[in-house]
Write a protein that binds this ligand. Structure first.
Ligand code: KG4
Ligand code: ZN
Length: 341
């Protein structure tokens, strides 16, 4: 019998619903919230209001696109956390009510775990290669930067993490300093393609082990610009592409250095990336280079499964469904992860 899962993701500023048959993604609808652009970042209060407006039409579209009726669904999975509490509440309340009214199991998913599960996504008519356990995954988004030893779908050992800003946050904050729109990551990525990555250098943190720090790099960038702008008020405009390419190189080199070290020291050569920053073209290139240089077997989610989406939540949901790992109606969302679920 086919098992269809409806999945809901509402942890930040994207309202998403997906329908999956097993790990095959039948639909993955994402409503982006344009309202935050003018503020240069996500405004939590506006995000939860927009989720409330979007959730029903997005779920409707996901069911229609998958050509599935509500009655055919086996379970509903949703992001419980981490994320913005007001945003998570919309997705979790909707999912609880849906599970209750349709009398189907409710399944809670950890958002970061979801990003990693994107590596297992399949699409109709094609077979994508998936990693075997154990593998290393650099989970890198606006809220997370972690090196994880993935021993099983839900057995994750975080061996390194950022002690301050996440890499995506660094991209976004640096873009803001340059007067570029939010989210900054994709904008910097695009501008960097015409720039010289060696034009400028900034001081990077070198932490022991597999931990990261990005706040010093951001400060170094800020002070560098402050000095240059004193000499030439048009410095940013004249050097936009070079600045983007150079700061992107620093961020990607930092990410890769620790990932290479982790692979060498653990002896694990199946290496994956996941999360919004895994959409970055320089990071992907660095992974392809490392694949050749270190004889890695690399795994990169398809672009549409890199940034926040419900399909990745549905894959985690499907594996939990198979394990009979259901949630209860009394659970509440969490803003931060204390234990990796
Ligand atoms: O996973 P995601 O959609 O949301 C979180 O869970 O945080 O990641 C969003 C982050 C943002 O910081 C955004 O700037 C970054 O991913 N991002 C990128 C790119 N696309 C998205 N960063 C660098 N290059 C990109 N192409
Ligand atoms: Zn995310």
């Amino acid at each position: 019998m086919n098992e269809y899962i409806l999945a809901i993701e509402s942890s930040c500023d994207d309202t998403s619903a997906a329908v999956l048959r097993g790990t095959t993604v039948l639909s993955n609808i994402i409503a982006n919230q344009e309202v935050h652009r003018q503020y240069g970042g996500v405004v939590p209060e506006l995000a939860s209001r927009a989720h409330q407006q979007n959730i029903i039409p997005v779920v409707d579209a996901a069911l229609k696109h998958a050509n599935i009726t509500k009655k055919e669904l086996s379970a509903i999975a949703f992001t419980r956390g981490p994320g913005l509490l007001g945003s998570l509440l919309v997705g979790s309340s909707f999912s609880k009510a849906f599970a209750l009214s349709m009398n189907i199991p409710l399944i809670e998913v950890n958002h970061t775990n979801g990003h990693i599960m994107a590596l297992f996504a399949q699409e109709e008519g094609e077979i994508s290669k998936v990693p075997e356990f154990p593998f290393l995954c650099l989970a890198v988004s606006g809220g997370h930067t972690q090196i994880i030893k993935v021993k099983d779908y839900f057995d994750l050992e975080i061996i390194g993490k950022t002690i301050d800003d996440a890499a995506g946050e660094a991209f976004d904050k640096i873009a803001k300093i340059m007067g570029l729109p939010y989210p900054g990551g994709p904008v910097i990525d695009k501008l960097a393609q015409e720039g010289n990555p060696k034009a400028f250098s900034f001081s990077r943190a070198h932490l022991p082990g597999y931990n990261y720090s990005f706040s010093g790099l951001k400060t170094s960038f800020l002070y560098f610009l402050r000095d240059k702008l004193k000499e030439d008020a048009d410095f940013i405009e004249k050097n936009k592409s070079d600045l983007c390419a150079s700061i992107q190189r620093e961020i990607i080199d930092t990410l890769m250095d620790k990932l290479v070290k982790a692979s060498k020291e653990t002896g694990i050569r199946q290496v994956a990336i996941a999360g919004g920053v895994s959409a970055n073209s320089a990071l992907k290139k660095a992974m392809y280079d490392a694949e050749k240089k270190y004889k890695w077997d690399i795994f990169i989610p398809k672009f549409k499964f890199c940034t926040d989406n419900a399909a990745m939540i549905g894959i985690a949901g499907y594996f939990k469904y198979k394990n009979g790992d259901y949630a209860t109606q009394d659970l509440t969302p969490y803003a931060r992860t204390t234990t990796q679920k």
